[in-house]
Design a protein around this ligand. Structure first.
Ligand code: ADQ
Length: 471
């Protein structure tokens, strides 16, 4: 079967969420992510279609066109699919395995069967909408079998795949009982994209380990490596570091910044953390480092405020519930020890903020603290930098975030070592006071990097390699 769309994006989620209202009616809320912003122009220029889950179990809405002329084609997931495919195999097996076992992955055969089944259904939906010879771009770890299934049923398609999270070293990946199926699934693509050269190199090492022929070393898009798919096809492998759409952040002004700082009690220094509440992000460890700085007297609670915004995430999973309760316990303890009535030292929000509001906090923060144990890229670090065109502010960044490869002028730290996190926070605060010109120069270098390597550049680079891959 084939449809009439020349360009199809397939992702676990559609770029809009279906919400069921209290009166039983349904409405769509856009999710304004960078990926959506980057892909919408390509999709609307190419009679494009986005295939994905509408965000509510057991919902089967009809396909519809957005104002930009993009066809949204929903894939229905049952409550059981959500539990086994999404929460189970995607987020309790693959997510911890690909993030270097920060918690232990659970290997459960019934979750794997659900993953395989849901990947099949996604591929069949793509088959319905993709025109003869169309380009299909598959996104992320939830859909790693889709390229292989599509290759079988639709050899006419050009298929790209991009992994948004790290790819682990071969010794870790080999733990996965279904490792061969996943590799075969990925090799159905014409081009496999990773954030970093090291992720691509891990994938190529794995292939060598299982005697799949590989030519070259994956580098940037100019220097791809090639693996050999099951049918002898060449599969390009390269790194395409994702970025942000700086214009989507809007503008902040002095009044908005002054208002946010005033609400915090006008401290000398505002520190900020913004994350999905995920155990990979190192939120507890950064709060503990902050607490130790207060305890030692290196920081004075009168002079500082720490704002931590944490978006609720995957809340039915045990490890996420534990991460949340540990973070909330630490916030309470730190405020109990160092706050005063009406003057907490940590301001904690467990909610998603509108981008406009987030922008004001990014602009108001003197020091952004980004301390994941492992992160594919980390867009928050790039968003903060993009909100400081005048060179103000300072970034504390984990060496284990993909973004550290590009944002080399940040105060880099090792999140596994609390001394290193503390030293980076102090360096940032003291640097702003003692060497403002040097700090401004460093922020400006990073601003230039983020604004010249934006999400459009990322999408164009990947799609141009994908066109070359099928020539
Ligand atoms: P995430 O793990 O979700 O992404 P990140 O890259 O930081 O992490 O992106 C989070 C996005 O959500 C940012 O755009 C941020 O502004 C927004 N966000 C976070 N907390 C928010 C809040 N409280 N309110 C509103 N918005 C909030 C995965 C990978 C990353 C990779 C991206 C893109 O884990 O490593 O960078 O995909 O490939």
């Amino acid at each position: 079967m084939s449809g009439d769309n020349d360009f199809v994006v397939v992702a676990n989620r559609l770029p809009v969420d279906l919400t069921r209202n209290a009166d039983g009616s349904e409405s769509w809320t856009p999710s304004p992510g960078g990926l959506v912003a980057a892909l919408t122009p390509v999709l609307s220029a190419n009679e494009g279609c986005w295939v994905g889950w509408p965000g509510t179990p057991d919902a089967s809405p009809e396909p519809f066109h957005t104002e930009d002329g993009v066809l949204l084609h929903p894939v229905s997931l049952t409550e059981a699919d959500y539990r086994d495919f999404y929460e189970g195999f995607s987020n309790a097996t693959l997510w911890p395995l690909y993030h270097d076992l920060i918690v232990s992955p659970v290997y459960d055969r019934s979750w794997w069967e659900s993953y395989r089944d849901v990947n099949h259904r996604f591929a069949l939906e793509v088959d319905k909408v993709a025109a003869e010879g169309a380009t299909v771009w598959v996104q992320d770890y939830q859909l790693q079998l889709v390229p292989g299934i599509l290759r079988q049923i639709r050899p006419d398609l050009t298929i790209g795949f991009f992994l948004h999270i790290p790819f682990p070293g071969p010794d870790l990946f080999r733990q996965l009982p279904w490792r061969e199926e996943i590799v075969r699934g990925l090799l159905g693509a014409d081009l496999l994209g990773f954030h970093l050269e090291s992720n691509a190199a891990n994938f190529l090492d794995l292939l060598r380990h299982v005697s799949i022929p590989v030519e070259g070393t994956a580098r940037t898009r100019e220097v791809q490596a090639f693996a050999t798919g099951g049918d002898g096809r060449r599969v390009g492998v390269a790194a395409y570091p994702i970025s942000i759409d700086p214009s989507s952040l809007g503008h902040s002004d002095e009044a908005a910044v002054a208002q946010r700082r005033g609400e915090l009690g006008d401290p000398a220094t505002v520190l900020l953390g913004v994350d999905r509440l995920d155990y990979t992000k190192g939120i507890l460890q950064r709060l503990t480092a902050f607490e130790e700085l207060l305890e030692s007297g290196a920081l004075d609670a009168q002079d500082v405020a720490f704002v931590q915004v944490a978006t609720p995430s995957r809340e039915r999973l045990e490890e996420y519930r534990r991460a949340r309760s540990e973070v909330e316990e630490a916030v309470g303890r730190i405020n109990g020890r160092f706050g005063a009535i009406g003057r907490p030292v940590v301001h904690y929000l467990h909610q998603a903020l509108p981008k406009r509001e987030l922008r004001h906090y990014y602009s108001a923060a003197d020091v952004m603290v980004v301390t994941p144990f492992k992160d594919g890229m980390n867009l928050v670090a790039k968003e903060y930098v993009a909100c400081h065109p005048d060179g103000s502010g300072s970034l504390v960044l984990s060496e284990f975030a993909g973004a550290a490869q590009e944002l080399t002028q940040a105060n880099l730290c090792n999140p596994f070592d609390s001394e290193s996190v503390k030293a980076a926070i102090l360096q940032a605060i003291q640097g702003l006071a003692a060497h403002p010109d040097v700090m401004a120069q460093r922020m400006s270098v990073m601003y230039e990097q983020v604004t010249t390597h934006d999400v459009d550049a990322w999408a164009n680079a990947f799609l141009s390699s994908l066109r070359d891959a099928r020539r």
